[in-house]
Design a protein around this ligand. Sequence first.
Ligand code: FAD
Length: 450
Amino acid sequence: MGKNARRAMAAGAGMTGRGRRAFLGLGVAGAAGLILSPSQAAAAEKLKSPARIVIAGAGAAGLAVAAHLAARLDGARITLIDARRPHFYQPGFTLVAAGIKPTAYVVSTTREYLPDGVELVEEMIAEFDPEGSKVVTADGHVHPYDFLIVATGLQLDYAAIAGMDTELIGRDGLGSIYHSPAKAEATWRALSGFAERGGVGIFLRPGSEMKCAGAPLKYTFLADDYLRRRGTRGKAEIIYHANNKVLFSVPIVHEKVRMLFEERGIETRYQHQLAAIDPGRRLAVFNTPEGQQEVGYDFINVVPPMRAPDAVRNSPLPWREGAWAKEGWLEVDKHSLRHQRFANIFAVGDVAGVPKGKTAASVKWQVPVVVDHLLAALAGRESSAAYDGYTSCPMITRYGRAMLVEFDYRDNLCPSFPGLIAPLEELWITWLIKTTLLKPTYISMLRGRA
Ligand SMILES: Cc1cc2nc3c(=O)[nH]c(=O)nc-3n(C[C@H](O)[C@H](O)[C@H](O)COP(=O)(O)OP(=O)(O)OC[C@H]3O[C@@H](n4cnc5c(N)ncnc54)[C@H](O)[C@@H]3O)c2cc1C
């Protein structure tokens, strides 16, 4: 191993906590010693290894891991498996559903980001066999591995809401920004109709774990502001249904959102979980501690329960007990993201069974940790790289304003720009980050450059 490579390894091994960093890496990273961009990695000598590495899922996390590994390894066989050809920039779905960006803003292709030397298998994995160290695709192809990185994201469980039909999104006041770019746009049309006519607008979040827990709140704020701008807010009731007793898991953020909702006349109902919907009659049914409650609506943004994809959920990989067992999240150590029972398996992104971190911003900080542990295993050293739960949510509170909410496992706020961008202030600069700077940074992350 050359001097540069040794230096890079040593820097990586020293990484633990956070220093100054920024949402998706806009600022000076606390983990800077660990993350080598491809050009830095090229300067460092690559680690020679014949290892077979399979990455399950080519979304935000899978592509970013592939880019880092391709830059750091020489001779390894890296296989990325995912049948989905388009790539969706999901943090932009809210912007599409609010009429701020066109659908094209969030759609590209997986192949655009495929690193040299990485093989893409356009199939879905149907079976994970950790005892046999192999995965089997739906087409029956077997892929043995020395290391597996599970980056399959999560599954939207619309079927768990009785009467829900995703084909109807965009009609009769039925919206759902999570489904896809096309349905986010259809939701924008439904919201526009609501803004014209007024009535009852229903907003909610599911009782399950979910990606970007701030998105349902952002969309409520945007709807409120949009109606004000159209001059029809007086004709509308806006009601937010929280799944439990809080609006956000971080207490100080809950309190801030609660105050803003109150200020803006957004009614909040706690411990309400959507159980059923009758799109024809525009009726939503919520489970509450007092039993089921029917609520009529003129517009609704359905956010479905979320869980691990079936292939993962039906495998030996999920937690077998505790909070994450039922939804099938991977049983990994929350700091190393390494599987607790299968040492050659890691999870990155939404599928990881950890207390926080289902955002693209979290992926940015999880990827170098997993990569360092994997490289360490190949090089016969220990890695002390640790993910601290960093999660970020630029919470839009109106058109032109947002709050940059960043926190970790311990619910500490960890601002990227202390003294410059206050986390709980509604600022134009944060809006600018969300609407213009974030996407290029995300793309850089996919290419392993951020
Ligand atoms: C409406 C919305 C708003 C959001 N807002 C923000 C935000 O403001 N900020 C932020 O940081 N994040 C936000 N996010 C969250 C962010 O997009 C996700 O956390 C991120 O994309 C997670 O990356 P991932 O790779 O884990 O999953 P994904 O990017 O979803 O990729 C998973 C991939 O795995 C593939 N896959 C699934 N099953 C299999 C299988 N069996 N075999 C092979 N491949 C499989 C899928 O086809 C997919 O390509 C938002 C998401 C949504 C939907």
